[in-house]
Design a protein around this ligand. Sequence first.
Ligand code: ASP
Length: 333
Amino acid sequence: MSPLSKIFRIFAAFLIFLILSSCTENNSQGNYGLVIHGGAGSIDKETMPEEMALKYKNKLAEAVNHGYKMLENGAAAVDVVVEVINILEDSPLFNAGRGAVFTSEGTNELDASIMNGADLNAGAVGGVRHIKNPISLAREVMVNSDHVFLTGAGAEKFASEQGFEFVDSSYFYTERSWNSYLKVKAEAENKTEKKYGTVGCCVLDKSGNLAAGTSTGGMTYKKFGRIGDSPVIGAGTYANNKTCAVSCTGHGEYYIRSVFAYDISAMMEYSGKSVNEAVDIEINRKLSSMGGSGGVIAIDSHGNIASDFNTPGMFRAYRRNGESAVVKLFSGE
Ligand code: ASP
């Protein structure tokens, strides 16, 4: 072999090496995906009628596939969170938006929050009564106000200034939520029903940005303007590009007291835990030992997805790049 062709061969091999290594790097950087939940609680395979389970599965699949299509087309994580949660809020199946549960006074007070992991910006609303899609208002607070958290009448005044769609309170009437209200009302000593249906979404987009959002009607028969964890950044929702995006569902008081969502991110940032390890510790050690119940979903900056709950079930679905959607309802699935 002539020295010239030897040099040429070495050069060609080097070029191929460069191309291959840049492909591997792009693949790992280009991961994307999302994970969603539709609440945790007494979701039992034995007692849930099959056609009801199918309705939940179909709606979760619709939402997760919609988000996935957006991600494929290069949408930003925050936009995906909002559109996916809008789909779940518009469905009467979940305790968010249309299907929100009733307060002790027979009204509906909705909470939602969103966080952008790229700049740690966040927006939240609590106790709104006439907003069709509270997650969209939470995004508006994040993007178009100097604040993070607006509540009640003030939040609705802000919404009207931003040209938001208002709905009559009758929009939130569903037979299911009303019956659940009547049931809890009758059980005077047990004021809060352990049945949840909050919705949440955590996204990693193609640019490596993370975002999380959560939307809820709160807990049936809640009183005194009670607000749970869902609109509280760090408790029910958290996102940080350095670590992960998290959305929670469950008995909110425990999630607030344990600063649940942020704790998962902090374990990853400061103790080098994986998203799975951090979720496991938070649910199975911390929440359970405090006596709390519920679940959580999370996605990390590499696209690893984690979810766990200490209730009989949690509505959940996820989809990662190149994979098909996975939808699950019960424990042990
Ligand atoms: N975490 C919500 C709250 O406490 C309820 C739920 O997730 O079902 O308001």
